[in-house]
Design a protein around this ligand. Sequence first.
Ligand code: MCA
Length: 494
Amino acid sequence: MALIDLFDYSLRGRPHAPALDVEAPGEPARTYTFGDLECRSNRLARALRRRGLEAGDRLALLLPNRVEVIELWLACLKIGVIVVPINVLYREREVAHIVADAQPRAIVTAMELAGVCPTGATVWDVESLADAAAAEDDDARPSFVATAESPAALVYTSGTTGASKGAVLTHGNFAANALTLVTAWRITERDRYLAVLPLFHVHGLGNGVMCWLAAGCHMRLLARFDHTCAADVFEQYRPTLFFGVPTIYVRLLDIEASRARRIGASMRLFVSGSAPLPAHVLEQFREHFGHVILERYGMTETLMIASNPYTGVRAPGVVGPALPMMALRVVAPDGAECAAGTTGEVVVRGPNVCAGYWNRPEATAAAFVEGWFRTGDLGDLDEDGALTLRGRRSDVIISGGFNIYPREIEDYLLEQPGVREAAVVGVADAVRGEVPVAYLVADHDADVEAIDRAVATAFASFKRPRAYVRVESLPRTALGKVQKHLLPPWAPPR
Ligand code: MCA
């Protein structure tokens, strides 16, 4: 089956039902029915074909949350085009890497973001593409048949090497993920889903948008999460379902207690993922909103792996047992299965796991061991099969739910004048979870401010080190590997 077949229960099965409220920049919120989305995406699919796109071609989307992202997704699914979502916070260097790797036929973007597109790339303005779609007179669905194995998206994620790789996510991966979550979290057409997460990551997209389309519920799509007006949005929309990263839940704790109670009273389920949810946040949120946040665990490459139960105990610090259809094991370095309570690497297999990395057979081979995908996360299982994460095999930093690969920043720092050695580490932060801090061994005339400016130009803002600490040398093992845990601790100035 193709992913669109799953969404057809909503697109064709509930054509008159209100599907989506969304605000376009500078305009009041607009409502679309599932039938509107079906017809609009059919026209868009035709417009994309008219511009020469064929099944198997890639189309990059560098877009903030807006209705066209959803329509482009549906249009691409309908004609077999592979979507390559790009983080809107990325700078030229980061976008150029993805474009060089995925070789999209075009990048669809909003004019204010076009400046970060690499020179030579074909760039389509989303507004003019929408106009071209509106000018199509036939709104029947174009003919194309995808299978579960057809790639639907390349979602870029960095491995330990620092260079980001495209995880090939198929129609079947997304369909299995959505079906599992709709069942596990009891999402129905009666839900009202408040969507604040960016649609260029699998949390907002594969979980949010795809559960909405599979269940046929109502969604309100915001351009982004803004903590200064979050309470107003909750009170106006009265959602029943919300997905967030821990930073968002920390921000929501600022809502005054009586308002928080009122918001909680009409909510059904708060889900957290993308970074560890601190136990004290879960506890304060329960006191404040009257809800125990449901924590789950996933990765771009595997979509969702494990989830706390909908009914039953949602224990702090535990991400729950494997989701239905997903198999999960904890293994020792020699590959032997660990006994309950013993920490090892989490490996998974099942229909949610990606087909591999785009054009990278070696990386794909290294990621799988006998069919099991190596997550790089460390954890242990209890007697009932519930997983507790204990850390990561790689030194990825998660800030506000965005992943940062130190190696990418370190390599760039080493290119800067006067920098001899560099190490980037994550430092605990009450709001973002972690923030990056750079340690430099540098000539005494090295200009750290100029280095910081260069970093800020080259990378998304969340990757910019919060501080630069000069050290005489980096602590290393006998084999020369940097021992980051031995670096002098850094604390933010008060
Ligand atoms: C943050 N910024 C954004 C966005 N989010 N800009 C545009 N669009 C966004 N969506 C920028 C701000 O402009 C600002 O940049 C900086 O980030 C911090 O913004 P602030 O308002 O202070 O935000 P906050 O209250 O701290 O909240 C940040 C956030 C954001 C909204 C929680 O971090 C976020 O959207 N996180 C979600 C990431 C996500 O979806 N991850 C899923 C990955 P400046 O510093 O320049 O002023 S998928 C995944 O991990 C796996 C698969 C999984 O299991 O889910």
